[in-house]
Ligand binder design. Sequence first.
Ligand code: FAD
Length: 307
Amino acid sequence: PYDVLVVGGGPAGAAAAVYAARKGIRTGVAAERFGGQVNDTLAIENYISVLETDGPKFAMSLEQHVKAYDVDVINLQRAEKLIPAAQPGGLIELQFASGGSLKSKTVIISTGARWRNVNVPGEQEYKNKGVAYCPHCDGPLFKGKRVSVIGGGNSGVEAAIDLAGVVEHVTLFEFADKLRADAVLVKKLQSLPNVAIHTNAQTTEITGDGQKVNGLTYTDRATGESKHVALEGVFVQIGLVPNTEWLKGTVELSRFGEIVVDAKGATSVPGVFAAGDVTTVPFKQIIIAAGDGAKAALGAFDHLMRS
Ligand code: FAD
């Protein structure tokens, strides 16, 4: 059995594995796709000490860093079930879609999250070519340009306020007849001179010239009329879904499905820790996930010392 078994090989899982391995304890990482979300990222410009890199390169360095230590990397394995230890200090079992299973004294879950897609024509085609999901990451790429935000909940309205300070103009589209964000955010958004808000607007297509985004088509749900707006970027902000479906009923989750963790990354199940986008820790970013992975590994080590 392992001392620490990490599930998920994104920035959080990689950091957790390096920190655990450096304690000289038996460490494994099982991941469906090593690297995680950064594999789908074009430019990364906000990981401190790295001025600029790209996603696949960053994912490769994560893997190289982990493999520089004595860590079992078990790639292309999807965890399907976690079985808590039968008694305190006992072994936790993980079962995989492949039919295999692994046992460990502690487990660190870092299975990340995925952005909810709007599923309209053009979204997949223009991903990273004008279609974006993270204003902190990609906002500066649209400096001086016109963009839209799809989604009028808290994340959409926050994104629109944030982007309005960076880009030339922001148009926000919300399907419902009013914005669902907190009143103070809505008020702030409405006070900005370079923002237009369309409620009752159903996005039907993200248009482009074959190379990059050039606009968005929506239906005005009040009149049934189809309209087109010319712009260069579309930020989809209709939710971030944590990859925790497989943990329902085992580990305590928030109402958004995130794993509830304490200050050391411990979950509601003894010996099970969690880190990164999959948890309740706010602000989903690479640097935050990596720091969180380090913290959870130290939390797990602390737990091992005491049990
Ligand atoms: P993830 O990166 O999501 O990794 C999760 C890992 O768990 C993966 O290895 C996955 O395969 C695995 N996994 C999932 N389910 C299972 C399972 N059941 N069993 C086994 N393994 C599983 N952040 C920035 O700081 N800067 C940026 O520029 C930036 N740009 C981004 C651009 C895009 C397009 C996207 C999508 C995100 C971007 N982010 C950026 C956010 C950043 O990528 C995430 O915050 C970060 O990757 C979270 O790390 P994580 O380790 O928690 O999870």
